[in-house]
Design a protein around this ligand. Structure first.
Ligand code: NDP
Ligand code: OXD
Length: 310
């Protein structure tokens, strides 16, 4: 019997994945949304956002694969309980994220942003430097991406702290968990990296009062989701010289409005949600392996706990 898959996304990625699936999953039939004549046949959907009324239109849907690591773009409360939701654990995303975080931790650590500003006035000024072992990087979220980034930073010699919901033990990382240890964790973060999923618990987490617990002169990198950070509070803390720099890759409204104050701020670097992009080849391989698991009735990797929201 054939298993029908519906893909909703860009053509180029679809062509890549269709080719991989044809080679590796001979009993699978590929459909590219919206071209699907027999909607009742669809068992698996691969998408970033879901088509409207998919619950009624695809009555035999069993699995939804998100093409991204996050699933906050989906309204989890409306995903029926019998449908498995699986997020993307692409090694290409982990590699991209580790590169982005290492690059900007190093930029902050070695004062790149100050030198860019000094260049504007042709000022030759040698700023003091610290060794990486004197700099503490705090990672909010010690999951798949947080742990990959932590390893890259440890390899560069930084002191790495991490915060998660449940207690963890990660080699070389000083681990904190739960709301009770957040303040202690923040007080030890010279560079704070947010890599949390967006949930009811993390929305608005990084507000004035929470960010005030960072040491004076700390910097912030947000690669989680925009809604986790109150941008006005961050800017107020930078302008009052409590915080130093910010690198922001995610925003509550994307694209960021062209008249937003963040674009103009001399101590903020805006990037357009590119910290880590799903890589077609490696992600396609992850999908193939997970679909094989599904077909063999084995547990899939990256299954989302809909009650936790990630
Ligand atoms: P994981 O689910 O693997 O890890 C999430 C981590 O966050 C876990 O350690 C989890 O704790 C922790 N966490 C969740 N809720 C809380 C909470 N309330 N308090 C404390 N810790 C919490 O996710 P990934 O690492 O794969 O991805 C993280 C996020 O990165 C994605 O959800 C997405 O938003 C973002 N992302 C951004 C990209 C970009 O380009 N900017 C690209 C890809 C992802 P525990 O381990 O105890 O469960
Ligand atoms: C993701 C993202 O979640 O791109 O994969 O943000």
């Amino acid at each position: 019997m054939k298993t029908h898959i519906l893909y909703r996304g860009p053509q180029e990625r679809g062509d890549c994945w269709q080719g991989l699936f044809t080679d590796s999953l001979p009993n699978v039939v590929w459909h590219h949304w919206p071209q699907v004549d027999n909607k009742e046949a669809i068992e698996i959907m691969i998408a970033w956002k879901l088509p409207r009324d998919y619950q009624q239109d695809y009555p035999n849907l069993k699995v939804i694969f998100s093409v991204g690591a996050g699933v906050d773009q989906l309204d989890l409360a409306t995903v029926p309980s019998h449908i498995n939701l699986v997020r993307m654990l692409d090694p290409g995303i982990a590699q991209g994220m580790s590169e982005f975080i290492a690059m900007h931790v190093l930029n902050i650590h070695r004062d790149t942003f100050s030198y860019i500003n000094l260049n504007k006035t042709a000022t030759w000024s040698q700023l003091p430097t610290l060794a990486t072992k004197q700099r503490r990087v705090g990672i909010l979220g010690l999951g798949n991406l947080g742990q990959a980034a932590a390893q890259t930073l440890l390899n560069l010699g930084f002191r790495v702290n991490g915060w998660s919901r449940s207690p963890k033990q990660v080699d070389g990382v000083k681990c904190f968990s739960g709301d009770a240890q957040l303040t202690d964790f923040l007080a030890q973060s010279d560079i704070l990296v947010c890599l949390l999923p967006l949930t009811d618990q993390t929305r608005g987490l990084l507000n004035y009062s929470v960010l005030s617990h960072l040491p004076k002169g700390a910097s912030v990198i947000n690669v989680g989701r925009g809604e986790q950070l109150i941008a006005e509070d961050l800017v107020a803390l930078i302008d009052s010289h409590h915080l130093n720099y910010a690198v922001l890759d995610v925003f509550d409204v994307e694209p960021l409005a062209d008249n937003h104050i963040l674009w103009q701020h001399p101590k903020v670097l805006v990037t357009p949600h590119i910290a880590a992009i799903t890589q077609n080849e490696s992600a396609g391989q992850v999908l193939v392996e997970n679909i094989q698991r599904y077909l063999n009735d084995e547990p899939m990797v990256g299954k989302v706990d809909k009650t936790l929201g990630y």
